[in-house]
Design a protein around this ligand. Structure first.
Ligand code: TRP
Length: 329
């Protein structure tokens, strides 16, 4: 029934509070979130329970990281008046839905999700807890509790969306159409290169943070790898393999033809090319960083309280519908 009456786009997405965000998040994800606040109903969640799955031994940073994460969102222009910003653990209905749905999710489905094996290989067998196995189910509960139909995520999350959709189908088949099947949408700039040329990511320690100051940013740009065969200024370069050029393409579009030609010919050296990029990037980031610096950290608590209040109204309704569909007494 829900699917038939729901025509508007309802967006839900989130991040784990594991540290500050970088410019890859800003270009890729947050720019879209800002747009969604204008065009759709939007729900943005700090996934603290998801953070617990991999850092249950080090929980002391979750609170600080939650504040930093929300500050990054607000700095990017996500408007708490036009969406709901909230913390996962403040919505107990998510956890209750997780328990109910856990009854119908075959363990083999969860074991088959590629991130499960990949993360265990990367982080070690100690992370293979019961809760960690349920990570994609918990993610589905985040989405389903607010009946979101659209979920903007990176490529790495598509397998979670896929199992989430299977869980919804199974539930609706068993108990009648109650939950909404969510669709993923990919972000526009999925691959922002980091300083070492690999995808920008905190786990590679190659990131430029939203909250970095201008000298730090300039320093990081200066340290970026370039074409290894372009050693001296007049050596010809290959822009197509250079991460500095990739960032020019995102931030400095009008200059791209000139940079490409002069890099190839050898007329443009990497030092000058990086100086121009650093200036452009700092100019682009200035309003975002100024907004971040002007935000009152103490206001974050009130924003999260208001967000939780908004979400819990919907969450209670969804949970009541789920229990009634399951014929719980
Ligand atoms: N798993 C997501 C990530 O690591 C974060 C997340 C948690 C999420 N709940 C979500 C993303 C719900 C989209 C929808 O990036």
């Amino acid at each position: 029934m829900v699917q038939e009456t729901q025509t508007a786009r309802r967006i839900m997405s989130g991040n784990r509070p594991t540290g500050r965000l970088h410019i890859g998040h800003l270009f890729g994800v947050l720019t879209q979130w800002v747009e969604f606040c204008r065009t759709s109903e939007a729900f943005f969640e700090v996934a603290d329970l998801h953070a617990l799955t991999t850092s249950f031994e080090r929980t002391e940073s979750i609170r600080r990281n939650t504040t930093e994460l929300v500050l990054d969102w607000l700095a990017a222009g996500v408007d708490p008046q036009k969406c709901a910003i909230y913390v996962q653990s403040h919505i107990p209905e998510i956890s209750e839905l997780h328990l109910l749905l856990s009854m119908i999710v075959p363990v083999a489905w969860l074991q088959r999700v590629p991130t499960y094996k990949d993360q265990i290989a990367e982080l070690g067998p100690e992370i293979a807890t019961y809760g960690f196995l349920g990570y994609p189910l918990m993610q589905l509960c985040d989405i389903a509790i607010v009946r979101a139909n659209t979920v903007p995520v990176g490529k790495d999350q598509l397998s979670h969306l896929e199992i989430g959709r299977e869980i919804v189908r199974r539930f609706n088949h068993l108990y009648g159409a109650t939950l909404v099947e969510p669709q993923p949408t990919l972000s526009e700039f999925p691959d922002v290169p980091g300083t070492d040329g690999r995808k920008m990511s905190k786990s590679y320690d190659n990131q430029i943070e939203i909250a970095d100051d201008e000298p730090t940013t300039t320093q990081k740009v200066r340290s970026m790898v370039t074409d290894p065969l372009k050693i001296r200024r007049h050596d010809p370069g290959r822009p197509e393999i250079c991460p500095v050029f990739a960032l020019h393409k995102i931030l400095n579009e009008s200059r791209v033809p000139w940079i490409e030609e002069n890099c190839r010919s050898g007329a443009l050296g990497c030092v000058d090319c990086k100086a121009e990029l650093a200036e452009k990037l700092n100019g682009f980031m200035r309003p975002v960083r100024e907004r971040r610096a002007s935000l009152d950290e103490n206001a974050v608590g009130a924003i999260l309280d208001a967000g939780a209040e908004k979400v819990r109204v919907i969450a209670k309704e969804t949970l009541a519908d789920v229990k009634s569909a399951m014929k719980l007494p």
